[in-house]
Design a protein around this ligand. Structure first.
Ligand SMILES: [Zn+2]
Ligand SMILES: [Zn+2]
Length: 312
């Protein structure tokens, strides 16, 4: 005799309820935390703005909790964790520290730049930049190199981070990772080492990518907090630079310049002198630069048209 399993066949209505649960309200609860974290991690890594991640995290309590998981924070893109200068507060600082503790090197770079240039905590800033540089973060390698090249922040003092590489080595590593300004700066190093009175033929093409300038041009001017930014702030501008620019605008840096004599980089990369006469300057004495790269780009895109030395 055929044995019948001791189960009751679900009715049509019951089936519909189960089916509804499977694709509706309960399916999300059935997913493991690991899987949800993995999805959130991919979203945070590809986010183009903080709202990309915040929008997902706002959808429910579980997303909000899992969105703060260390794996999600570790992989978050620089855009996902960017903070406008106008929103800077203790919580923003703690959030970046939390991301750094999770292993996010973008956060280490952004906070390093803020500590160094905005807050004047040079040793702390250099430590954070060095941490990102050791993880081969191209911007951190380049920023450290130009800090060392011009001796910003008196980092030869007792708080100086002694484990840093030679600035040329940092810059070379950054250029090998494709950092445009680092390539320009290395070009200058080579030119000076070659001890030539005039730049060789290859020099100009190494410094400026003319196609890039033509392509991006002034169309890429961006409006950040009502400040018209120069070409430097193209679509790929790092949030750390945007933060610095906005910070100085909000700090009314013009009056500060009058009181302490410190100049901003004319290319509006956001870097500012940490002592008088620290930056390179154009021979007209009206424009100041944190690096040769900023000087070259600013000359090509703007200053050649206004520098009186060019019109003599
Ligand atoms: Zn600059
Ligand atoms: Zn000039």
């Amino acid at each position: 005799m055929k044995r019948v399993a001791n189960t009751v066949k679900p009715s049509r209505d019951e089936k519909r309820i189960r089916f509804s649960d499977a694709i509706g309200r309960n399916w999300f609860d059935a997913l493991s935390d690991d899987l949800v974290i993995s999805i959130l991690s991919k979203i945070s890594a590809s986010a183009k703005s903080p709202s990309d991640l915040i929008g997902v995290m706002s959808s429910c309590k579980r997303m909000k909790i899992l969105g703060m998981d260390l794996v999600v924070l570790k992989n978050a893109s620089c855009y996902a964790i960017s903070i406008p200068a106008r929103s800077w507060c203790d919580q923003a600082h703690q959030f970046l520290c939390h991301c750094i503790d999770a292993g996010n090197m973008e956060a280490s770079y952004i906070l390093g730049m803020i500590e160094f240039y905005c807050l004047g905590h040079y040793a702390r800033g250099v430590d954070l930049l060095a941490r990102a540089a050791q993880a081969s973060h191209p911007e951190a390698l380049y920023s450290l190199a130009i800090i060392l090249f011009i001796g910003s922040g008196d980092i030869s003092g007792p708080d100086y981070h002694h484990n840093l590489d030679d600035p040329a080595a940092l810059c070379a590593k950054s250029s090998m990772l494709g950092h445009r300004d680092a390539i320009t700066e290395i070009g200058h190093c080579l030119w000076r080492c070659a001890n030539m009175p005039h730049p060789p033929d290859w020099f100009h093409s190494l410094l400026i990518d003319e196609d890039e300038i033509e392509e991006n041009g002034m169309e890429l001017e961006e409006d950040v907090g009502n400040t018209k930014l120069s070409m430097y702030h193209e679509k790929q501008a790092h949030p750390a630079n945007l933060f610095l620019v906005e910070w100085w605008r909000l700090s009314d840096v013009k009056s500060k310049r009058e009181s302490d004599g410190l100049e901003l980089c004319s290319r509006l990369c956001g870097r500012r002198e940490t002592r008088s006469n620290e930056f390179y300057r154009c021979r007209c004495n009206k424009e100041f630069y944190c690096s040769h790269a900023c000087q070259d780009v600013h000359w090509e895109t703007e200053h050649h048209a206004t520098c009186h030395l060019n019109n003599e």
